[in-house]
Design a protein around this ligand. Structure first.
Ligand SMILES: [Zn+2]
Length: 378
């Protein structure tokens, strides 16, 4: 978990390895780590690569860690060959990508990119009441460098796919074109509590019955908007929660995703319209509230080309792919030209101790990262 004793040990290990590879390491106020290998032109902004070292309560050991070690491997390879690039090259570790202990996820990159206030991040507490600020102090990673305002020439993130597509298509490298947009909504349905035995069904204002039909409509929205659309109801509550009372109130969550913001907006409009129509027929009041929105991300065309040409040069089978999950790269894309490299993971399983990846695929991802970095740092 982020900012735990284990995180401290992992970070110390990374820092020691980077220093041994001739890098200068700085830590910013949110604990983001930057290991810089000087270039011939010190004024050029660094070409950076990295990911995160934290994980979920049950692992796994590739999500994030692979991207950090891939960046370290690039630095080591340059050092082993005594190769000096024009631009400096940096390996980066972003703090608290997972959000498993402190919300929101992708915290370090969000503050770096100016999406989240540093003060808000530092005062965020975990379930035990410990703040991010105190946890950073406790593990010795409350750095002095400002978080953000640092120009990156490019940022690349190598990552396991966390899905099944590369494996099922038999491809080694995923050239990530972008990440889908996501919105969270909360639907509140209000009817009237009534006696389950005495109230005829046609006279009821059953909020849960309305909610049930709306849940089906949510699924219908995803089907209607094509194979890239996602719509999920993950939480539902009915009140008063008694077996012999017709529920007078119901509330449920909706998570909707799509790579195109226009389609995602149409899905939200669709949800509002369908819920109103269903509620109207059952004499229910329906309120649809949008509680979170993350815009879709398109990665930089130049970075995508660098990854594609590196993969072609090395003779790997590749395909373009969208990211279903959020990544630090999605935030950094707002402040620097950014690209992502995916490699397959076994059966697409992630956020799980079973998470696994083929060493040959991981090596291929490192090689593509090296050549993409070189193309931009030369
Ligand atoms: Zn990750």
């Amino acid at each position: 978990l982020t900012l735990s004793e284990e995180d401290r040990q992992g970070r110390n290990c990374f820092v020691a390895w980077c220093e041994a590879a001739g890098c200068r390491v700085t830590v910013d106020r949110l604990g983001n780590i930057f290991a810089l290998r000087p270039g011939k032109a010190p004024d050029l902004p660094p070409i950076a690569a990295g990911s995160h070292l934290d994980t979920q309560p049950h692992g796994g050991r590739f999500d994030g860690v692979f991207g950090v070690l891939a960046a370290l491997e690039v630095l080591r390879t340059l050092e082993d060959h005594g190769f000096r690039t024009e631009a400096p090259v940096a390996a980066v570790v972003w703090t608290n990508e997972e959000g498993a202990r402190f919300a929101p996820s992708m915290m370090g990159s969000a503050v770096f990119a100016g999406i989240l206030d540093l003060a808000d991040a530092l005062t965020t507490t975990d379930r035990g009441g410990v703040s991010v600020s105190d946890a950073l102090e406790a593990i010795g990673y409350s750095g002095s460098a400002p978080c953000g305002g640092r120009v990156l020439g490019t940022f690349f993130e190598a990552h396991i796919e966390q899905g099944p597509l590369l494996e099922s298509e038999g491809k080694t490298i995923g050239i990530v074109t972008g990440a889908q947009g996501m919105t969270w909504l909360e639907v509140t349905v209000t009817g009237q509590d009534a006696h389950a035995g005495t109230t005829p069904v046609d006279l009821r204002r059953d909020a849960l019955l309305g909610a049930a039909r709306m849940v089906d409509a949510v699924h219908g929205i995803a089907v209607h908007h094509g194979p890239e659309a996602r719509a999920t109801v993950g939480v539902i509550n009915a009140l008063p929660g008694s077996p012999n009372t017709v529920p007078g109130a119901a509330r449920f969550s909706v998570d909707m995703r799509h790579p195109a913001s226009a389609t995602l907006e149409r899905m939200v409009e669709d949800l509002r319209a369908r819920c109103q129509r269903i509620g109207g027929k059952l004499d229910l009041e329906t309120r649809v509230e949008q509680v979170e929105y993350t815009a879709p991300v398109s990665f930089d065309a130049g970075c995508i080309e660098s990854i594609r040409s590196a993969s072609d040069l090395l003779g790997y089978e590749s395909m373009e792919i969208g990211s279903g999950a959020g990544h630090d790269a999605c935030h950094i894309a707002r402040v620097a030209p950014t690209g992502m490299i995916f490699v397959p993971c076994a059966a697409g399983i992630s956020h799980n101790e079973e998470e696994s990846a083929d060493p040959a695929d991981l090596e291929a991802g490192c090689n593509v990262l090296l050549h993409a970095v070189l193309e931009r740092a030369l």
